[in-house]
Design a protein around this ligand. Structure first.
Ligand code: GDP
Length: 727
């Protein structure tokens, strides 16, 4: 199916793996569904690692941070590159059979405290394998990950893992996918047996069976055999194929037309149609297996090649000219100017600071100079690396569609565009959720303060949902993040990577401020007391921004009311005032600010005066724009035996919770609710005691909402009397 016509124009003759044979995929799932194990098996079967690692032994490749090994969860998104050749002799009618494909895998975390990691990797993926547990089906976190994939238009295939576990039920998991995620999902493989009896899969498209084993488990992994479908499975396999063709024909014109004309649907046509629909996110092919038992992994990698898009199968990335709204397309093409997105900063223990980046167009050679439109700075690229298992490999050139890492660059943060200087374009950076929790932190040993703030600064550079700053009123260092576990891991890393032991205060809610009306404001900073004076004057307008869109500050001055060289100072002042808050001293979100007017003085104007004018103008405008206080609202899902449902709901109500829905399944009730985070402290204990230890719950940040009047005054008083609480 390789498209010869496009090959010539977009691929550089020097590249080893063409764009058509490149896949950038993520493996996304609920924690514990088996992402790490699946990734590990893929790396093993693609020949990257020579001993299969088991998560339980703590020696897997992608979980390279020590905490992850200890906690058994994946926190960082490590990008790993591997290669896969589909074997034509197996007669499975592969898309690119016989040619090697390059697959870049970005391991995405499943724990809710690390949604930023998921968000940022989704931004650079072309496709994802969503891993589900065949016993638990769709879990709350899988829904979050799924929503994020939808938000970033990431095509997906689903892998129902853990078919070997007692209680594994493929049909239930499939129903969950359809019901809870609204997925148009159809199996392309069916399991043969379940739990102990799970031995292989029926390949519906090819009408064959694939059986793994017997036995183990050597370092070579399990071999599989492809054979004809045995009599007892024939009927089932035929029905599944008919259902699959039917499902595809509902969405795909080519297949629908062939059916109308009563033409038989051959395998190549069917696979091509599944691929088309999957790439358009109109169809989810469903596979199954047991990563742990090494069954179903090779066909999963085949499916990645067959059905997930190459960079050419998805719409070109969009950027805009810096400081303007003019849209610019960034097509996947080696012959265009270079443009890439830095999506992850990582301090590697061996090579130092790495900047992971995804190339959208053009190519980058060692020794080239890249340009960062945000900072307007140039930097020279001394080394380009790709990560293969635990090895770091130097490469000379990276091409469109590649994911690689740069070494030794400064002044780059997550979300920066890196491009050719004469291709001045900014790609849409990923959006990150606001921190919901904060705490004061101080070093155990006084002398460590500097080392600690340097460490925190470095960690904040890597992780955009982690913030640290000094509280102006108290001088305390404050850290803020997505949950207690998130901040605990930060403290852990401080100790391990920077040898600083830190004490932390009690967790505080990260309230936010916003405005509800439009307003204008004016700020003047004028001093004339002999000698050279100060003169800065700025006028701004403010308006509410769409929820979740964050802060946008732009220069809308026409005609030089403020000279060009002072505008950045005004914007700095505005941004500083937004960080510090106006209403109650909490950071502002979802606000649009335009600098519209001002004036200057030939002699007395300077940057400082304009920065102060910016601060005053913003504060003036916000005070007139009906500011409000926002609090983080959590999505809380409680699972309990039916008999405790009443007590638990009563408790959630007392916590200002809103019940969103309830579901009953096998004597268990699942209560879905939204509760202010401020009311959730101590919930673990309450939940336990109300249910005699039998209920469990999960919680994740959902949104920010206005603090109701009844609670508002307490918070405002607290903010006044204890400024340390404000962050
Ligand atoms: P992650 O949190 O999604 O990365 O999940 P892991 O890969 O760390 O797996 C979580 C746990 O499930 C570990 O104890 C694995 O050994 C186990 N596990 C993963 N895949 C399978 C599987 O296919 N079958 C069984 N029985 N256990 C599995």
């Amino acid at each position: 199916m390789e498209v010869a016509a496009t090959t010539k124009s977009v691929n550089s003759p020097n590249r080893q793996y063409t764009l058509e044979r490149t896949r950038n995929i993520g493996i996304a799932a609920h924690i514990d569904a088996g992402k790490t194990t699946t990734t590990e098996r893929i790396l093993f079967y693609t020949g990257l690692i020579h001993k299969i690692g088991d998560v339980d032994d703590g020696n897997t490749v992608t979980d390279w941070m020590e905490q992850e090994r200890e906690r058994g969860i994946t926190i960082t998104s490590a990008a790993v590159t591997c290669y896969w050749t589909q074997k034509p002799e197996e007669g499975l009618y592969k898309t690119f059979s016989g040619l090697a494909n390059r697959i870049n895998i970005i391991d995405t975390p499943g724990h809710v405290d690390f949604t930023a990691e998921v968000e940022r990797s989704m931004r650079v993926l072309d496709g994802a394998v969503a891993v589900f547990c065949a016993v638990a089906g769709v879990q709350p976190q899988s829904e979050t990950v799924w929503r994020q994939a939808t938000k970033y238009n990431v095509p997906r295939i689903a892998f129902i893992n853990k078919m070997d576990r007692t209680g594994a039920n493929f049909d239930n998991a499939l129903n969950d996918l359809r019901k809870k995620l609204g997925a148009y999902a159809f199996p392309i493989f069916l399991p043969i047996g379940a739990a102990e009896e799970f031995s292989g899969v029926v390949d519906i498209v090819n009408q064959k069976v694939i059986v793994w084993g017997p036995g183990d488990v050597s370092n070579e992994g399990l071999k599989y055999e492809i054979s004809e479908i045995p009599a007892e499975l024939k009927e089932k396999a035929k029905t599944a194929l008919a259902d699959l063709i039917d499902a595809v024909s509902n969405k795909d014109d080519v297949v629908a037309e062939m059916i109308l004309e009563e033409k038989p649907i051959d395998i190549v046509t069917l696979k091509a149609a599944i691929r088309r629909l999957t790439c358009k996110i109109e169809f989810i092919p469903v596979l199954c297996g047991s990563a742990f038992k090494k069954k179903g992994v090779q066909v999963l990698v085949d499916a990645v090649i067959d059905y997930l898009p190459s960079p050419l199968d998805i719409p070109a990335a969009q950027g805009h000219e810096p400081g303007a709204d003019t849209k610019v397309e960034v097509p996947s093409d080696d012959n265009q100017k270079f443009c890439s997105l830095a999506f992850k900063l990582w301090t590697d223990p061996f090579v130092g600071k790495l900047v992971f980046f995804r190339v959208y167009s053009g190519k980058l050679k060692k020794g080239d100079t890249i340009y960062n439109p945000r900072t307007r700075r140039r930097e020279r690229v001394s080394r380009v690396l790709i990560i293969q298992g635990s090895e770091r490999k130097d490469v000379e050139t990276t091409y469109a569609g590649d994911i690689a890492a740069l070494v030794g660059l400064r002044n780059i943060t997550t979300g920066d565009t890196l491009c050719d200087e004469d291709f001045d374009v900014m790609l849409e950076p990923p959006t990150f959720p606001e921190p919901v929790i904060s705490m004061a932190i101080e070093p155990k040993t006084k002398g460590d303060r500097e080392k600690m703030s340097e460490g925190l600064q470095r960690l904040a550079e890597e992780d955009p949902t982690f913030r640290c700053f000094t509280n102006e009123d108290t001088g305390q260092l404050i850290i803020a993040g997505m949950g207690e576990l998130h901040l605990e891991i930060i403290r852990d890393r401080l100790f391990r990577e920077f040898s600083v032991q830190a004490n932390a205060g009690a967790p505080q809610i990260a309230y936010r401020e916003t405005i509800t009306a439009e307003a204008e404001g004016e700020g003047k900073f004028i001093r004339q007391s002999g000698g050279r004076g100060q003169y800065g004057h700025a006028c701004v307008t403010v308006e509410p921004n769409e929820k979740g869109k964050g802060v946008e500050v732009k220069n809308a001055i026409v005609g030089g009311a403020i000279p060009k060289e002072y505008v950045p100072a005004v914007i700095d002042g505005i941004e500083e005032a937004i960080k510090g808050g106006v209403y109650a001293g909490y950071q502002m979100i979802d606000i649009k600010v335009s600098v519209v007017d001002g004036s200057f003085h030939e002699v007395d104007s300077n940057e400082l005066a304009f920065k102060m004018a910016g601060i005053f103008a913003l504060k003036d405008a916000v005070r007139k724009a009906s500011p409000i206080l926002l609090e983080p609202i959590m999505k809380v899902e409680v699972t309990t035996p039916d008999e405790y449902q009443g007590d638990l709901m009563g408790d959630l109500n007392r916590r200002r919770g809103k019940i969103q829905g309830m579901e009953s399944k096998n004597g268990q009730t699942i209560i879905n609710s939204e509760v202010p985070l401020a009311e959730m402290f101590g919930y673990a204990t309450a939940c336990r005691s109300l249910s005699k230890g039998r209920a469990s719950y999960s919680m994740e940040p959902k949104t920010f909402e206005q603090v109701p009047n009844g609670v508002l005054n307490t918070i405002l008083d607290l903010a006044k009397s204890k400024p340390a609480a404000r962050t």
